[in-house]
Design a protein around this ligand. Sequence first.
Ligand code: UDP
Length: 349
Amino acid sequence: MLLDTDIDEVLARLGTAAQGFSGARVLLAGGGGFLGRYFIEIFHRLNTDVLEKPCRIAVLDNFKVGSKVDVSVPGPDIEIHSADITADPLPEGPFDWIIHAAGIASPYYYRAYPLETLEVATAGTKRLLELANSRRARFLYFSSSEIYGDPDPAHVPTLESYRGNVATLGPRACYDEGKRVGETYCHIFHGYHGVHTNIVRPFNVFGPGMQQQDYRVMPNFASQIVNGAPLRVYGDGGQTRTFCYIVDAMVGFLLAALRGVPGEAYNIGNPRPEISMGELAARFQAVSPLPVSYQLTEYPDSYPADEPMRRCPNIEKAERQLDFSPSVDLDDGLKRFLTWAIDAYRRDG
Ligand code: UDP
């Protein structure tokens, strides 16, 4: 399902820092999701190839939205719990780390499931922080670049200190405001209870493992290529994003877990290039082994309005404090993703 060569690259780039997980007990919420499945595979490979003492992973997921794929258990050190972090009893631990990667990250799905999206980031985060506090576990929270909303162009590339331009009442509010409240919970549990929290804010992570029905731009374009359909670029195609290949992103997330300064938040992304969606379609055309055409199209109803017009991280803080340095360039990442997707999506039918 994922590429072994990508996992090898993550392990090589982590180097000896990964020994920080030796013998650790980790609770991974959202293990059925796109990022969660990478965590499972990486921890499994750390256990078989790297760590002096294996770590133990308890995976939690409700396996509802966007994670219909079966999560296979690759080794005896990984156990799967099917539970909803907003309501069900949680595993007891003890735990050394709690990684909260549960959430509904695709705009298509959070438009369809607004309450679940809000609650997993608010009630879910609070419950996991209570568990972290009682077990003295470190806590890694998956926030989002969406917490900046549609940033003032004077603040692009965006620093962690930018306060955001976000609507409480817009169609994206369930996600943006939910993630913001989740961050505030981390801030409170760090400040009042001394929990070692770290927050990561991913910027458009992509790679093998994204499902065809994810509906974000990367899997949509790949699916359209596989099906011989034109790529559908929403609006005037001038809106920009930066894209971070999964290998770079996973290295950044794991370094934040291992080296994060208590209480701090980190942008994790690849700031170059900041690219418009029209240009992204042209890049796909240039790297694809299959023919590609593209066209501008009106926003579909299923995609929440009010999207950010620009998004690009300033990652100097993560470079400085975590020694994070993304190294997979966009064309290389697109080729790896597309090669995987052509095969996987064809098999999906
Ligand atoms: N987009 C597009 N075609 C698609 C899906 C998305 O042009 O089939 C655009 C969308 O308008 C946005 C960008 O791609 O500017 C990224 O959208 P995505 O849903 O991947 O995530 P977002 O960055 O909005 O969270």
